[in-house]
Structures are given as structure tokens and as C-alpha cells.
Ligand binder design. Structure first.
Ligand code: FAD
Ligand code: SF4
Length: 455
């Protein structure tokens, strides 16, 4: 349990009622709805939706399969480009990716083709008697993958397909990365992350070793010696700090820590509830945190951001979800002081009002206070540098705090690749991580086969 919130009460509703508040945010399409929606696709030549999909799914092609009642074929098409197509269908911000690009996304058409829901329909309704992808002949090569998040899993699956043997080293008890521990509970319901993992592992040739942490009981030096290639899919394991006094006070914590507990809880009624809470941040994590607290029964949920609404990282769709859940969005306010009660627990926060002066954010001199039983920080994730502490790992070139890679996901050390949130390429999205993992696997395979031919 989250020790820093031990002093708080539990939700008023029972576990079963609360579970009902965390059911599917976007319910699936039925057969008829899917068929009708598929018929809206124009099967565009050089389809803009495909260009907008980070994992390059052939969208018109899978939609055509749905339209011709070939759900199996549709799923195979999706999964051949994105082996985590089931979770991406649920968590992708399609409103800024494929659906934004869809030619039907204009005032005359009412809405874009609902690509995300069609993708979910295909993957959920395809019933494969065996894993849809076969392994190539054994290559005799061994690949180490560090981190079993979307990037690491996608890399492992593609390497296994090419006949390589893969060992995934994962620090945590369960695989899945943020699909298991981070994504809002109402986006990935019914243990979907573990079901998708089981499906992915059916390819064979992938072993997962839990409790192995790079920079702790595992070093890049040993992996580099023992394996033919290494992929780092470490994600962003640390949370950014406010840099204010009392940051460790009971009642103040990273939103991701609470979300992790919430996702793993068997009974939501056992969680601590902050009836009045403040969420600091402006991205999707902040929205997820605020909405989940509201759904647990909090009455006063304030999401506070130091800039304006148009600067928020959260998409308009996410902001609408927050508003629909009675989350109050307060902008132009920067955290100034954590306010404590006589027991040293959080009782609120003082904010400084802000404004832009010649493009620079400044405080106006005006302040205000908000009462709160807990404050959740959702001001961004950071790379955990401790993972790269052994002599070889220290040699990895960095782009800022993250690992530097080229277009083929190669790091500065030959044979070591990296992808997902821990690198500086692209956006921090599940679908982007999957694409990195897939592309890194292809690059590794090409290099390993080149070495075989040259030998
Ligand atoms: C709260 C939250 C909500 C989000 N919601 C969405 C969303 O709705 N839609 C979306 O597209 N994206 C969302 N994202 C972003 C998305 O989850 C990430 O972009 C994606 O998970 C990145 O995948 P990854 O494999 O790079 O990293 P991760 O998913 O973080 O996986 C990294 C894995 O590496 C392991 N690991 C870390 N360090 C070590 C080590 N030293 N040794 C061994 N193993 C290690 C971790 O335990 C983990 O299993 C969200 C992110 C957060 C934080
Ligand atoms: S842009 Fe829209 S209409 Fe065109 S192929 Fe993609 S989903 Fe179909």
C-alpha cells in the first residue's frame, strides 16, 4: 500500500460498485456497428491515416477485411505491423494520430472513420487456433532485451520470429511495463495487458527473467559479453520533482505511484481516498490521475497547470474526459508552497498566479491557496540514470538525459540498441514504443545476418 497516504480514509462505495466505475471507457463495437463503420472507409490511395500511424498499420486494408467479414485477416494485418495492436487500439490517442488524418475528418462528414474501435473489433474477435506468426529456422543467435514494456516486448517478438532466442530481463514482478502498471484502469480493463502478453509469448523462443534490474543486479557489460545483441527498453522509471520543501511529506506523491497501486488492487475499496485533491501537471497522466480519483469518489479534484489550456499536453479529448468527470482545470498557477497541518501531513498548496511576459512565464505576485488531503505530481517522467551505472553503460551517448539512438535505434555502442520512452526519438506513446522495438529488431536481425554471411 501507499504508505504516504496511510492516514487517509477509504472510498465510501464497496469494491464491486467501484469496479463498475472503471469499466471500458469506450465500449467495443458489435458486428453490425463494425460493418457499418467499415463501410465508411474510402480505401484511400496513399492513405493519410497510414502515414499518421507510428506503427505503419495498413489501415484501409484491415478495414476492407472487416467489411468483407474476414476478421481473422484484419487482425493478422494489424498484428503483423503492431503485435500489441490490441492494447494500442485501446490506448492510442487516435484523435491526434490516424483519426485526425482521416479524410472523413471534416465538417461535412461529422466524424472520421473510427479506426481505433475497428482495430479493437478485429483483434478482439479474431480467434486463432495457433499463434498467427511462425518462427523462422533457428539462427543460433541470442538476444538480450532489458525491460518488458511495449518496446521490449515488440522487439522480443520480432527477434523470435526471425529465429533468434531472446531473454528479457525485467526488474518488476510482472511484464507489460506501463500497460500493466501505468495506463488508466478504464482504458485497459480485464487484465488485458497479461492476456496480450500470453498471446505474444506463444511465438516461442522468449524467456522472461523477473527481478533482474540493470544497474543493480545486472550490468550492460555482462549482457554485451554473453549475448549477440542487446536491446534497452527501460522506459522512464523516475518521476520529476517539484523542487519545493516538504516534497516527502505524507500526502504528496507521484501520480504514477498511485496509479500503479490502483491498477494492481484486487479491491478498489481498500485504496486510500483523497476526498479533496490536487493534481499537478497538464499531460495525459495528470488527466488519468484526476479522473481516476474522481471515479473513486473524491468530491473536489483540481488539476492545476502553470500555463494556459492551449499549452496542455493532454489532448482535447482527454480534457473533455476530465470535465465529464467533474475535474476542475485551473490554469496559470504555479506551485509555491506545500502546506502542512500540525501532524506534518499535506493540508493544501499555495500557488502563485502566472502570466506570459514577452514569451516568458512569470509570476504576477498574486497567490492563492487550495485545501487538499493529497497532492499528486504528474509533471513528467524522467530517465533513471542509475540503470546505466556500469563501466560500459556509462559510455552510452546520451541525448539530454535519454539514450541517443540513430534512425535504426542503434546506440553509440555497437550491438546495443534502445527504444521506447528511454530514447529521444518520437513521442512517448505505447504505439511509438512498439514501433521502436520492431524496427530495432529488424536492424539487429539485418546486422546479425550480415555478420553470418561475412564469416
Ligand atoms: C500514467 C501514464 C499513462 C499513460 N497513458 C498512455 C496512453 O493512454 N496512451 C499512450 O499511447 N501512452 C500512454 N502513456 C505512455 C506509454 O505508456 C509509454 O510511452 C510506453 O509504455 C513506453 O513503453 P516502454 O517499453 O518504452 O517503457 P515502459 O512501458 O515504461 O516499460 C519499461 C519496462 O522496463 C522495466 N525497467 C525499467 N528499468 C529497468 C532496469 N533498470 N532493469 C530492468 N528492467 C527495467 C520496467 O519495469 C518496465 O517493465 C502513459 C504513460 C504514463 C506514465
Ligand atoms: S483516411 Fe479514412 S477513409 Fe481514407 S483509408 Fe484511412 S480510414 Fe479510410
Amino acid at each position: 500500500m501507499i504508505k504516504t497516504l496511510n492516514h487517509l480514509p477509504h472510498p465510501h462505495e464497496d469494491g464491486a460498485t467501484l469496479a463498475g466505475h472503471f469499466s471500458d471507457l469506450a465500449p467495443p463495437l458489435n458486428d453490425r456497428q463494425a460493418h457499418l463503420e467499415a463501410s465508411r472507409c474510402l480505401y484511400c490511395y496513399d492513405a493519410p491515416c497510414v502515414n499518421a500511424c507510428p506503427s505503419e498499420i495498413d489501415i484501409p486494408s484491415f478495414i476492407r477485411h472487416i467489411h468483407t467479414d474476414n476478421v481473422q485477416g484484419a487482425a493478422q494485418k494489424i498484428l503483423s505491423a503492431n503485435i500489441l495492436g490490441g492494447s494500442c487500439a485501446r490506448v492510442c490517442p487516435t484523435e491526434i494520430l490516424c483519426q485526425q488524418a482521416c479524410v472523413r475528418n471534416n465538417a461535412h462528414e461529422c466524424a472520421p472513420v473510427l479506426i481505433g474501435l475497428l482495430q479493437r473489433y478485429a483483434v478482439d474477435n479474431a480467434h486463432f487456433s495457433q499463434h498467427p506468426f511462425q518462427r523462422e529456422a533457428a539462427s543460433g543467435k541470442r538476444i538480450a532485451v532489458v525491460g518488458a514494456g511495449p518496446a521490449g516486448l515488440a522487439c522480443a517478438h520480432r527477434c523470435a520470429m526471425h529465429g533468434h532466442d531472446v531473454v528479457i530481463f525485467e526488474a518488476r514482478e510482472k511484464a507489460g511495463g506501463l500497460n500493466e502498471y501505468g495506463i488508466a484502469k478504464y482504458k485497459l480493463v480485464d487484465d488485458f495487458a497479461q492476456k496480450e502478453l500470453d498471446f505474444l509469448l506463444q511465438i516461442g523462443g522468449i524467456e522472461i527473467r523477473h527481478g533482474h534490474k540493470l544497474g543493480d543486479n545486472l550490468s550492460l557489460t555482462e549482457l554485451h559479453q554473453q549475448f549477440d545483441a542487446v536491446f534497452l527498453g527501460l522506459g522512464l522509471a523516475a518521476s520529476k520533482q517539484l523542487g519545493l520543501p516538504h516534497e516527502d511529506a505524507p500526502g504528496l506523491l507521484a501520480a504514477t505511484d498511485y496509479i500503479r497501486e490502483l491498477r494492481q488492487a484486487d479491491n478498489l475499496a481498500q485504496l486510500p481516498l483523497a476526498d479533496r485533491c490536487i493534481v499537478l501537471g497538464a499531460g495525459n497522466t495528470a488527466i488519468d490521475m484526476a479522473v481516476q480519483m474522481a471515479r473513486l469518489g473524491a468530491h473536489d479534484v483540481n488539476l492545476v497547470y502553470r500555463r494556459g489550456i492551449e499549452d496542455m499536453g493532454a489532448t482535447r479529448h482527454e480534457q473533455d474526459i476530465a470535465k465529464a468527470n467533474q475535474v476542475r482545470l485551473l490554469t496559470w498557477a504555479a506551485p509555491e508552497e506545500v502546506l502542512l497541518n500540525a501532524e506534518g501531513q499535506v493540508r493544501g498548496m499555495r500557488f502563485a498566479r502566472t502570466r506570459l511576459v514577452e514569451g516568458r512565464l512569470q509570476t504576477t505576485g498574486e497567490t492563492f491557496e487550495l485545501a487538499a488531503d493529497a497532492i499528486f505530481k504528474a509533471i513528467g517522467q524522467a530517465f533513471d540514470g542509475a540503470a546505466l551505472s556500469d563501466p560500459l553503460a556509462r559510455e552510452l551517448k546520451r541525448a539530454g538525459e535519454r539514450i541517443e539512438v540513430d534512425e535504426q535505434l542503434r546506440t553509440s555502442i555497437p550491438g546495443v540498441y534502445a527504444g521506447g520512452d528511454c530514447v529521444s526519438l518520437g513521442q512517448d506513446l505505447t504505439v511509438q514504443a512498439v514501433q521502436h522495438g520492431k524496427r530495432a529488431a529488424e536492424a539487429m536481425h539485418a546486422q546479425l545476418m550480415l555478420n553470418v554471411e561475412a564469416a
